[in-house]
Design a protein around this ligand. Structure first.
Ligand code: HEC
Length: 155
């Protein structure tokens, strides 16, 4: 390849990168959209884990481990989205009380993280009863935050 051609390609690539960065500056609305997607991922996996805990799905240690890893991952994603510019986002169902008591809100996030990490540990031990109770604890951590800081979801 000639040096001139390499230079041309590099210039076009750079133009693409800078161009797309300008077009996709992330707004508070974008972050809320992303946050809700990450919470839906958590909801999906809690549905599966809940079925296991209630005995409605056969116990499969490998699946429980995998779903728990997905929960860990999605929880980390939501944690990045709580920037002040999301407070005024029209689509957000986060109550303003959460912003006014942000330290308490964050501590509920930490409780969730700890409950999921505990579930990951129990899933590795493969103790079915301990796994069931750890799934219940994760569910309680979700509910404890929603009851206080999330507006009801219209059905
Ligand atoms: C620290 C508080 C907190 C914890 C813990 C928490 N959530 Fe939420 N959740 C929220 C808030 C706030 C919203 C609303 C987000 C928004 O609209 O900006 C939300 C929204 C949701 C939604 C609706 C998403 C949508 O489509 O709008 C689902 C589903 C959800 N959470 C599931 C879960 C599950 C499952 C867990 C536990 C594994 C969990 N959440 C733990 C605070 C929390």
């Amino acid at each position: 390849m000639s040096r001139h051609l390499v230079h041309c390609i590099a210039t076009i690539a750079l133009a693409c990168i800078t161009g797309s960065a300008a077009a996709h500056t992330q707004s508070g609305d974008d972050r809320v959209n992303f946050r809700q997607g990450a919470y839906r991922i958590m909801g999906w996996h809690m549905g599966l884990l809940g079925d296991v805990a209630r005995g409605e799905k056969p116990f499969d240690a490998a699946a429980v481990k995998r779903w728990t890893r997905h929960l860990q991952w999605a929880e980390r994603l939501t944690a990045q989205t709580y920037t002040p510019d999301t407070r005024k986002a029209a689509e957000s169902r986060m109550k303003s009380e959460a912003w006014d008591s942000f330290a308490d809100f964050k501590s509920k996030g930490k409780d969730l993280k700890m409950a999921i990490d505990m579930l990951a540990q129990k899933a590795a031990d493969k103790d079915t009863n301990a796994i069931r109770s750890a799934i219940g604890k994760v569910g309680e951590a979700c509910k404890s935050c929603h009851d206080k800081y999330r507006q009801d979801i219209p059905h």
